[in-house]
Design a protein around this ligand. Structure first.
Ligand code: PBG
Length: 332
């Protein structure tokens, strides 16, 4: 029998009683968002002398080495739980050589952050090739323009080792290649990093909401799109399969991405996942709320907190959000 069938009826039942006043509402809130559950994605670009504003993501920048350190420190002080680092190299090529170069932009930034914030926050590295290849796809290509899955796995394993070597506390593969988690686990273990966890972008959809990110990370595909490797927005069963495969390959945490348009997927994954579930409030979600707020069409801070609450309510335990530092301050 469901709880509802035992419930009193009006006028004995008056659900509004528990909504009278903020103290009572706080007392009975089912869902809470904590700063330590938030992860801040950050962009660092090689060769910059000043941070560069990202026009489609007002308030976000491509960082210099210095501004990255400063922003990381601010996130720590606000109580944010993690950072997710994206690098933009000066030189791109067909195989994304800079991605696993010990002196590549992310490896340098990881060493900087280890010195700046140490273990005060979980420093994660996004692991993909689209920012590093001249064609903008997430791995080396075949003749026909498709990404070569198995060649890409070798690249990812090598990138994971380079990132761990540089101090990444977690690596987060986002390329949606088949077998990527297993290949990376193997690469990390062989390189002497059996303790470094993998946060797998397990259910990642081919989404229009990544638009602003592609300006931010300079990783837009130069031809075609990513629907040959990212998931079709029409599917949900496929997400459960992707999650199960990643967990079987050794994923320590799984992610659903994007979040807001996929909260049903978050909820289903959260119901069945044996490992922690994260969700990514992506660039397009950020841009929509910033743009509407700029026009005075909605209350920015309330929109931020309401969407974060919805992520948690759906079952996401960690939330990647560009508002992490600000939201952490609001939540204190
Ligand atoms: C790279 C990657 C993307 C995002 C995170 N990692 C872009 C893409 O897949 O095209 C999107 C993040 C965002 O939109 O905020 N594989």
């Amino acid at each position: 029998m469901t709880a509802a069938s035992h419930d009193a009826e009006f006028p004995v039942a008056r659900p509004r009683r528990l909504r009278r006043g903020p103290a009572l509402r706080r007392l009975v809130a089912e869902t809470r968002v904590l700063p330590e559950n938030l992860i801040l994605p950050m962009f660092v670009k090689e060769g910059l002398t000043e941070p560069v504003a990202i026009s489609s993501m007002p308030g976000q920048v491509q960082h210099t080495r210095d501004s990255l350190r400063k922003a990381a420190r601010e996130a720590v002080e606000a109580g944010v739980g993690g950072l997710m680092l994206f690098g933009i190299p000066e030189h791109k090529d067909a195989v994304g050589s800079q991605a696993d170069d010990p002196d590549g932009v992310v490896q340098v930034a990881l060493r900087d952050l280890a010195a700046e914030v140490g273990d005060d926050i979980v420093v994660m590295a996004d692991l993909c090739l689209c920012e590093y290849t001249d064609h903008g796809h997430c791995g080396p290509l075949e003749q026909d323009g498709h990404v070569n899955n198995d060649l890409t796995l070798e690249r990812y394993a090598s990138i994971a080792a380079a990132q761990a070597e540089a101090g990444a506390a977690v690596v987060a593969p986002s390329g949606m290649m088949d077998g990527q988690v297993g290949a990376i686990r193997d690469g990390l273990d062989r390189a002497g990093f059996p303790h470094v966890p993998i946060l797998a972008y397990a259910a990642k959809y081919a989404s229009v909401f990544y638009g602003p990110f592609r300006e931010a990370a300079e990783g837009a595909p130069q031809f075609g799109d990513r629907s040959g490797y990212q998931q079709d927005p029409a599917n949900v069963r496929e997400s459960l399969r992707e999650v199960a495969l990643d967990v079987a390959e050794g994923a320590d945490m799984v992610m659903v991405k994007p979040g807001l348009a996929y909260l049903d997927v978050v909820a289903k994954v959260a119901e069945s996942s044996p490992v922690p579930v994260s969700a990514y409030q992506v660039s397009g979600e950020y841009a929509m709320i910033e743009a509407a707020a700029e026009k005075g069409w909605l209350d920015r801070e309330r929109a931020i907190l309401e969407t974060l609450t919805s992520y948690r309510r759906a079952g996401a335990e960690q939330i990647l959000t560009y508002w992490a530092t600000e939201a952490a301050r609001l939540l204190r």
